[in-house]
Design a protein around this ligand. Structure first.
Ligand code: AHM
Ligand code: MG
Length: 346
């Protein structure tokens, strides 16, 4: 059978009325930019792309050279496409409207240009995460940050490209979650797993255990029960994985199940979590839900959060349906003495 390329897949989706021609073209432009990023990542030291850029981003985080390079590649590719009103990036303070001299469209694109960038210099998988929203009509000519503040369930597409042993694209337009593998010789993405399904139950969790002492009591109690294994209340042994690249941890969960957690912790109580709602939690949440999993703050569905800011952070629990529900039970306010911690959205 002929392999299904991404181009053919998108044309078929358009033919069935599931996406518009504009969205098809926008996704193609984003994926082309990801292919360029993949080449830059793959060159490593030979391309002079490793190490720090000597700059910081809006979050006060040190930027790697590849953070900046990837951001520029995505901005450049999308400036002239004609399908966008504006882009917003984890690496930029505010949204960037498409320059006046270029044609505009009515989509908004958000991205984390290089997620997991602390892993670049040690040759561990990193990736690009993206999310597409529709721009409210009043914002098309003069898009501002506020036009991006839409809940995750309003996303018209979301995806990530993982730069690992293989470069893969995982995409949803609201009709299932599908994986494509880059054929490096041909420069084409080929559909390699249609309709990914996350097993409902799992015995594998992903969390940065070094934060344990900073967690709130509910989180402490949940993970203690996982660690107690078959002798504890869960009655089974759990395995743990933590890659510290969300794309890689989520990719494993989409492939074989598991729960991924980045909860609130009191290292900096003003932050509601480490991960960003608009660039990480929402797109990953849609991909996971479209694969039969759940995405939660522990207390509420991530995709229902009404965003307050472009760089807002949230606690994240996502993956196998049964296990996310098990985690959520620890956060239910049955015990009034365990009230919500400051900064944690209820
Ligand atoms: P980044 O977007 O600056 O790379 O940060 C997000 C990353 C996620 O990919 C990963 O899950 C998490 O931060 C790792 O955090 P930690 O360093 O606490 O393990
Ligand atoms: Mg990130």
């Amino acid at each position: 059978m002929q392999p299904v390329t991404l181009t053919r897949y998108l044309v078929e989706e358009q033919r069935h009325g599931r996406i518009s021609a504009e969205l098809r073209q926008l996704i193609s432009v984003v994926v082309r930019a990801c292919t360029t990023i993949s080449i830059a990542v793959g060159k490593g030291a030979l391309g002079g792309v490793l190490g720090e850029a000597g700059t910081g981003n809006i979050q006060g985080e040190v930027q790697k050279k590849l953070d900046v390079i990837s951001n520029d590649i995505l901005l450049e590719a999308n400036a002239w496409g004609g399908h966008l009103a504006a882009c917003a990036s984890e690496e930029m303070d505010h949204c960037q409207p498409v320059p006046a001299e270029y044609p505009k469209g009515d989509f908004l694109l958000l991205f984390d240009p290089l997620d997991g960038s602390s892993n670049i210099d040690v040759n561990v998988s990193v990736g690009t995460i993206f999310s597409v929203l529709r721009c409210p009509p009043q914002g098309v000519q003069d898009p501002r940050d506020e036009h991006f503040l839409q809940p995750g369930h309003a996303q018209v597409a979301a995806g990530y490209c993982i730069y690992g042993p293989q470069t893969m694209l995982v995409l949803t337009t609201g009709h299932g979650t599908h994986a494509f593998t880059l054929d490096r010789e041909q420069g084409l993405f080929v559909l390699t797993q249609a309709n990914m399904q996350i097993p409902a139950e799992t015995a594998e969790f992903a969390v940065n255990m070094s934060n344990q002492r900073h967690w709130e009591p509910q989180m402490q109690a949940y993970v203690a029960d996982l660690l107690a294994g078959r002798d504890g209340p869960r009655g089974k042994d759990f395995n743990m994985r933590w890659i510290a690249s969300m794309v890689a941890d989520v990719h494993r969960i989409l492939t074989r199940g598991g729960i991924f957690m980045y909860p609130w912790d009191n290292k900096d109580p003003s932050k509601a979590g480490k991960l960003r709602l608009m660039y990480e939690a929402n797109p990953m949440g849609l991909l996971v839900e479209q694969a039969g999993g759940l995405a939660s703050t522990g207390r509420a569905r991530i995709l229902d959060i009404a965003p307050q800011g472009l760089h807002q952070r949230v606690p994240v629990f996502l993956g196998s349906r049964g296990e996310v529900q098990a985690a959520e039970r620890y956060f239910q306010p049955a015990d009034a003495s365990l009230s919500a911690s400051p900064g944690v959205p209820s």
